[in-house]
Ligand binder design. Structure first.
Ligand SMILES: Cc1cc2nc3c(=O)[nH]c(=O)nc-3n(C[C@H](O)[C@H](O)[C@H](O)COP(=O)(O)OP(=O)(O)OC[C@H]3O[C@@H](n4cnc5c(N)ncnc54)[C@H](O)[C@@H]3O)c2cc1C
Length: 574
């Protein structure tokens, strides 16, 4: 257990905060103004259309007889569209826009807001709130750098202020997406799509009340319908708990919250709430959160969440029931399956799982195969489903549920279908995908955990390098060494060439350091390659290229691997 004295003072203050609380200072208002200006400028700089970056030679007019289009041999259009994309989220929009750059006739069907999960109830609003939480943490730290004023009433945080501005930002993104669709010559169809057959889809207009369904036909149909948050069974859970979608609708900062779940969404949202002043408990079924990550990462996260002041309620086996307390406060009592009871809770947030959004698609009528149980759509590595002409990618397939993965898969599919011979058989690789969890501090991970590496290559062929330290940022803090937040880093190498097969980090700044290491690993970097890259000092990332013992590994480079078009990972020399 983390010692209570390690909660570095500032966190204690946070636990006592009320909903509309005090931070500071004139400077804060200046920041508010200048940040508005910056955001506006950045938004207008977003590239108007992707078309311009495709080499002219690859843009072909499919209606002139190019492969993959919807035109029959006699010159008559057999289908209304070459490509119908169901779902205007990360994967769907990327695929549609790419297809249109090749001259395909494309339509996108969307039943909700453009941009899908990531833009509306995922990555984007989450990162905005993580930024807010990071500012709160920096304010906690200011006294360690000689600033005063944190404890004064002049510093305040207004949840509704950031919520309103976050919502406005997302509305702007929605309209940018709308413009991008129009600029790309893509037909935007609004409503809920449902298969009538493999080339025919009916679209029910949104809102329930209006209009008869329309029917469209397409030669190729992509299912990119994403997923939705689910609730476990249990008395009062559906009635009194919210999901991550509900988190983004909260109008005020809860005083006391229970976050249920052990995955990245639970960890991220619990971290945001606690940093902004909510008394937060994280309820996990088993011993700790993020159990599927490398133990170094999940153990360090556990310590750091406690240091932050989050109460981790372990081995609960989940929530048994949620009851509304008597009185006008609207608080709840949460009873866990291990008998523990948490009282006086404003917000119960269930982040216990997501399911593919497939019910309304009427997949049996098209004959598309789904996995038993979860209902994810089954595809091969080319995003091809069990039915000719129907493809699926992104969260609806349950394979690496991340926005950039859906985007990459979507673009590659469009390349393959409409890009001509140069793109025949192209695909993406689902291996060595860098992942960041926006916890406090953030986590970054690529490739195999130590356990996975040992299982795959045998203990005798795996070598682990690791390091744990306090970031230089905490150097001048006059607190016991044990009380300083920790950074943990781990390199997992396999074979006599010491190929780097796993890279894991938790600590300040790792979110922004991971991308470059991801490229190195895709290219087959070895420990010797890492050591050969001269360190950047003083940074935390230098630790990865100076791991002890430095420079003594077999001097074998891994720089021979083609990382393109879904090529297999480099292999250790066993
Ligand atoms: C809280 C949270 C935080 C996240 N944070 C990150 C992060 O930091 N980084 C990251 O990479 N990923 C993150 N993700 C995951 C990321 O959002 C998803 O992996 C990504 O959005 C998946 O894209 P997609 O194209 O598969 O589906 P989506 O983006 O979900 O798009 C699917 C679209 O299809 C529409 N649709 C569904 N059914 C139909 C139908 N029948 N007819 C018409 N339209 C339909 C939906 O309305 C939706 O707009 C986060 C997710 C959540 C929930």
């Amino acid at each position: 257990m983390m010692r209570r004295s390690c909660f570095v003072g500032a966190y204690e203050a946070v636990a006592n905060r009320t909903r509309s609380t005090n931070f500071s200072v004139a400077a804060y208002y200046n920041l508010r103004l200048s940040s508005t200006t910056t955001t506006t400028t950045r938004v207008t700089k977003i590239r108007p259309a992707f078309r311009g970056s495709i080499p002219a030679t690859t843009v072909r007019n499919l209606s002139d007889g190019g492969g993959g289009g919807g035109v029959g041999d006699g010159g008559e259009r057999e289908y209304e569209y070459d490509y119908l994309v169901i779902g205007a989220g990360s994967g769907g929009l990327a695929s549609a826009r790419r297809a249109s750059t090749y001259g395909a006739k494309v339509a996108v069907v969307e039943m909700g807001r453009l941009g899908g999960t990531c833009v509306n109830v995922g990555c984007v609003p989450k990162k905005v709130m993580w930024n807010a939480a990071s500012i709160a943490e920096t304010l906690h730290d200011m006294k360690h750098y000689g600033f005063t004023g944190y404890d004064s009433d002049a510093i305040s945080f207004d949840w509704s202020f950031i919520k309103q501005n976050r919502d406005k930002y997302i509305l702007r993104l929605n309209s940018i997406y709308e413009r991008n669709i129009a600029n790309s010559n893509i037909t935007s169809l609004r409503g809920q799509a449902s298969f009538q057959s493999n080339h025919t889809v009916s679209i029910t207009p949104p809102g329930g009340g209006g209009g008869a369904p329309t029917t469209v036909t397409a030669k190729h149909v992509l299912i990119a319908t994403g997923g939705y948050p689910t609730f476990p069974p249990g008395e009062g859970i559906r009635e009194h708990a919210i999901s991550s979608d509900g988190f983004f609708e909260l109008e005020e900062l809860p005083r006391k919250a229970v976050v249920v779940g052990a995955g990245y969404i639970a960890v991220e949202l619990a971290g945001v709430l606690q940093a902004l002043g909510t008394d937060t408990s994280l309820v996990v079924r088993k011993g700790k959160a993020m159990r599927e990550f490398d133990d170094m990462v999940s153990d360090t996260l556990d310590e750091e969440m406690q240091r932050q002041g989050i109460q981790i309620v372990r081995d609960t086996n989940g929530v048994e029931k949620i009851e509304l307390d008597e009185g006008e406060e609207g608080t709840k009592t949460v009873t866990l399956n291990n008998g523990e009871v948490i009282k006086g809770v404003d917000t119960v947030l269930m982040a216990t799982g997501r399911s593919p959004l497939v019910e309304s698609l009427n997949l049996p009528s098209a004959g598309v195969t789904q996995t038993e149980g979860s209902g994810h759509i089954v595809t091969d590595e080319l995003s091809q489903t069990s039915v000719d002409g129907i493809y699926a990618l992104g969260d609806v397939c349950g394979n690496v549920e991340l926005t950039p993965m859906a985007i990459a898969a979507g673009r590659r599919l469009a390349d393959r279908l409409f890009g001509g011979p140069a793109f025949e058989g192209v695909k993406v690789s689902y291996d060595n995908v860098p992942t960041v969890v926006f916890s406090h501090p953030p986590i970054g991970t690529i490739g195999l955990t130590e356990k996975q590496a040992v299982e795959r290559y045998g203990e005798e062929n795996v070598k682990v390098y690791q390091s744990k330290f306090a970031n230089l940022y905490y150097g001048p803090w006059q607190v016991e060494a044990d009380c300083k937040p920790k950074t943990g880093m781990k390199l997992i190498c396999a074979g006599s060439n010491e190929l780097v097969v796993g890279l894991h980090a938790i600590g300040m700044g790792v979110d922004e350091m991971l991308q470059g290491f991801g490229i190195a690993m895709k290219m087959g970097a070895t420990k010797a390659d890492f050591d050969a890259c001269v360190a950047i000092h003083p940074t935390a990332s230098e630790e990865f290229v100076t791991m002890f013992p430095w420079g003594l590994s077999n001097q074998v480079t891994g720089a021979k691997v083609n990382p393109l078009n879904g090529a297999a990972n480099a292999e250790p020399i066993l």
